[in-house]
Design a protein around this ligand. Structure first.
Ligand code: AMP
Ligand code: ZN
Length: 469
């Protein structure tokens, strides 16, 4: 079955096919870097990672842009409280975010634009909204979007326009559906902003959060693109306002498909910083859980179902991963480097079920069921007398195909060659010593000796990289 996903706007499943160049252009709202991201945030980022992997699994390219919100109400508040300039305050959280993504085996996006690097693009967008009569300046110097003037406003969140209170304004970045009104595009400077301030044709101030994403997404993905995602809390007002700003300025469709993941919860409530009921990734690593186990828990539920976080789920993930590892280790041993034979029927069947599941709006619970059917059938097949090394290699290839989506089977496991035979390790060490002493001829000789023994060595900034030929 071809890939279909649930579009939050139409509230239906629809085919996901790239509009251009066989590549899905995808924008994912990234972190507000005022603190360490919590695992609720990482539910959103791992969902988006699985989504991008499923798109690739279907043979399409992906261009993903994930922004870094490094100026908004929360980052400014944090920087003021810490007494540090904004950039200095956000830098360590940005660095931590990228480390955390690696810990969870999340593939890198193609572009990570930071809001503070795109102020001119935001000012330009406001100019276009003025030209179209959709923006106005209030007495305090802030600029607002006039929602009553855009007939389609409310389309994504299915707002009742009857409740529209013309001219009512909200200055904060986040607010409830009930209090919707004109929202801030640009916030005129006040003393709470300290030295976080930029010049604009309308006086000094700073951008509103929603404006950041419209400006940066269109800069990198074009005025109309395929896919926009986030957690369900982003749907209103953030994404509704992104549509208003973009479509208000261009007169064109902004995004074809909107996808939102449900929340990670704790005792029935959204995990969030403001409720104080959160764990950062680092908290869980300190407790002895691995990124692999946490990834397992986060992606194993359906992304549109709320997921309750529990330590029991992490313990269960450890057991499940051990079952997978036992099976793939046994297959690797049986395959002993042989070429794959024809895929056994039971493995082909598991892959088909898996493919249908992920293409049906990322049905990961069913995809995991297919993975465990593969484990069960491989364990059974290994007990039959006719099972050869080529069959084992073929079964492993199916694990690898599934792993393209899951990013769990090989992740964090030792690969053949990770542990060097002692004779090879000794040669590598001798070569490191020779290089330290600038004995280049000896270093070359040792490289040739390693090559003769079937090991390729490359020199990089981090030192020697060794690989079995
Ligand atoms: P923020 O840093 O608050 O802007 O959030 C970054 C991303 O995490 C957004 O896509 C949010 O929708 C998402 N998010 C925040 N809390 C949760 C949660 N408890 N479960 C799932 N996603 C969340
Ligand atoms: Zn956004």
């Amino acid at each position: 079955m071809a890939l279909e996903v649930y579009n939050s706007e139409s509230r239906c499943k629809e085919p996901l096919v790239p509009m251009e160049n066989n590549t899905v252009r995808m924008y994912t709202c990234g972190p507000t870097v005022y603190n360490f991201a919590h695992i609720g945030n990482f539910r959103a980022y791992t969902f988006e990672d699985v989504l991008r992997r499923v798109i690739q699994f279907n043979g399409y390219g992906v261009k993903q842009v994930m922004n870094l919100t490094d100026v908004d109400d929360k980052t400014i508040r944090g920087s003021r409280q810490s007494g540090k300039p904004l950039k200095e305050y956000t830098a360590p959280y940005i660095a931590a975010f990228f480390t955390d993504l690696k810990t969870l085996n999340v593939q890198s996006a193609e572009v990570y634009p930071a809001a503070t690097d795109h102020i001119p693009e935001m000012i330009d967008l406001i100019k276009r909204l003025f030209d179209r009569g959709l923006a106005y300046q209030s007495d305090d110097g802030s600029i607002y979007f006039s929602v009553a003037k855009l007939p389609g406003y409310g389309r994504l969140a299915h707002l009742d326009r009857e409740n529209l209170r013309a001219g009512a304004r909200v200055a904060q970045d986040e607010y409830e559906k009930e209090s919707y009104g004109d929202f801030a595009l640009w916030k005129g400077w006040d003393e709470n902003d300290g030295d976080v301030v930029w010049d604009s044709p309308w006086g000094c101030g700073r951008p509103g959060w929603h404006l950041e994403c419209s400006a940066m997404s269109m800069k990198y993905l074009g005025e109309t693109f395929d896919l926009h995602t986030g957690g369900i809390d982003n749907l209103f007002p953030h994404h509704e306002n992104e549509i208003a700003q973009a479509e208000g300025a261009t007169g064109k469709l902004f995004v074809k498909t909107w996808m939102h993941c449900a929340h990670l919860r704790v005792n029935g409530e959204k995990m969030s910083k403001s409720l104080g009921n959160f764990f950062t990734l680092r908290d869980l690593l300190e407790k002895g859980y691995t990124g692999r186990e946490i990834r397992y828990v986060l992606i194993n539920a359906h992304y549109r179902q709320p997921l309750n976080f529990t330590f029991d789920a992490l313990a269960a993930a450890r057991v499940s991963l051990a079952r997978i590892d036992e099976c793939t280790d046994a297959l690797t041993e049986r395959a002993a480097g042989a070429a794959a034979a024809a895929t056994p029927d039971w493995a082909a069947q598991a892959l088909q079920t898996f493919t249908d599941a992920v293409n049906d709006d990322l049905n990961l619970p069913e995809a995991f069921a297919a993975l465990f059917a593969l484990v069960r059938d491989a364990n059974k097949a290994m007990l039959t007398p006719g099972f050869g090394s080529g069959d084992a290699a073929a079964a492993l290839a199916v694990f690898d195909a599934m792993d393209g989506v899951l990013g769990l089977v090989r992740f964090g496991r030792k690969q053949p060659g990770d542990e060097l035979p002692s004779e090879i390790a000794a040669l590598v060490e001798a070569r490191a010593e020779a290089r330290k002493n600038k004995q280049w001829a000896e270093s070359d000789r040792l490289r040739d000796e390693l090559a003769a023994k079937g090991w390729e060595v490359r020199d990089s900034k981090e030192g020697q990289k060794i690989r079995k030929l």
